[in-house]
Design a protein around this ligand. Structure first.
Ligand code: ATP
Ligand code: TZP
Ligand code: MG
Ligand code: MG
Length: 274
């Protein structure tokens, strides 16, 4: 076992044993799936949106996840109140910039959150992340378009440096970087692209790991790798059945994760130096 495998496995056990509270301000499409996915992993989800309570909830959470999938002005205002409370209480804030680049409001709202809240980790598809740093890539609603020939690892480095956060870009392979050191995570299955909320739940899962490990490169690598392993295992069992069966099997596999689950199903390697 590599040393990082021990590191991430220990973190999975910690998540399962301590059930960190993850405060999600997420979109209406994925709320139920996100809560069930966090329960399956062993974490405790809560969704809270009212301006009257978000500061209090964020203050007692292990992590705050801001997801702009079905945003409106009032919600973005509430996210900023929650984010600033999290910042004041040392709670890590994660941002899923769903659909950034698809509309100006989404791009501007994500950038507003990034300027008014200290965000620790951004997780998105390559197109969303590109638009946050003023680069153009095809985006179709909330889905990344094809971007042949472009290098997601290099984009992640530019974004991490430009935004001053850890950046995770997901797709067939995932990359996570602080702008200097990075890791590539393989695993997962294309069936994840047929289940709405697969990316959104992932950001919340990264929140559960970030609640327990201050080094978000380690926390993020652990979350990405175990998530990919659960998906690979679920796909192995249900590929001939389709996305409905896969979605249920995936929740079951998240619940069955153990420190040895990566073996043969997901891998982490160092990214080439930037
Ligand atoms: P998009 O809307 O573009 O699908 P997203 O926000 O849903 O973006 P994804 O990039 O799809 O997020 O990532 C969600 C999960 O799906 C990650 O664990 C990622 O590794 C996995 N994934 C996405 N595409 C593939 C693929 N072709 N093969 C394996 N895993 C994939
Ligand atoms: N529309 C607005 S938010 C949303 C859709 C379909 C869910 C996006 O989820 P994910 O995880 O990015 O696929
Ligand atoms: Mg997706
Ligand atoms: Mg997404």
């Amino acid at each position: 076992m590599h040393s990082w495998e021990k590191e991430v496995s220990a973190l999975l056990t910690k998540v399962q044993q301590t059930s960190p509270l993850v405060h999600n301000m997420t979109n209406v499409v994925v709320t139920n799936f996100t809560a069930n996915g966090l329960y399956a992993l062993g974490a405790s989800p809560v969704m809270a949106y009212a301006t009257e309570e978000v500061a209090d909830m964020a203050a007692i959470a292990g992590a705050l996840v801001l997801n702009i999938g079905t945003l409106n002005r009032e919600l973005v205002d509430a996210m900023i109140i929650a984010g600033q409370s999290a910042n004041a209480h040392g709670v890590p804030v994660l941002l899923d910039p769903v659909g950034a680049g698809a509309t100006r409001f989404r791009t501007e709202s994500a950038l507003r959150i990034l300027s008014e809240v200290k965000v620790s980790l951004v997780r998105g598809n390559a197109a969303e992340v590109a638009h946050l740093v003023g680069e153009s890539r095809e985006i179709k609603g909330v889905d990344a378009g094809k971007s042949e020939g472009s290098d997601d690892a290099e984009l992640a480095v530019r974004a991490a440096r430009g935004l001053g956060t850890i950046v995770a870009i997901t797709g067939e392979e995932d990359v996570i970087t602080d702008g200097t050191n990075g890791r590539i995570i393989s695993g997962g299955d294309a069936l994840l692209t047929k289940v709405t909320g697969a990316g959104c739940l992932l950001t919340s899962v990264l929140g559960a790991f970030a609640a327990l490990e201050a080094n978000l490169l380690i926390a993020g690598s652990a979350g990405l790798a175990f998530y990919g392993a659960a998906a690979s295992r679920a796909a192995e069992r249900t590929a001939d059945l389709g996305p409905g069966s896969f979605q249920i099997a995936f929740l079951d596999e998240l619940a069955k994760l153990h420190p040895g689950s990566l073996e043969g199903y997901a891998a982490i390697r160092e990214a080439e130096a930037a």
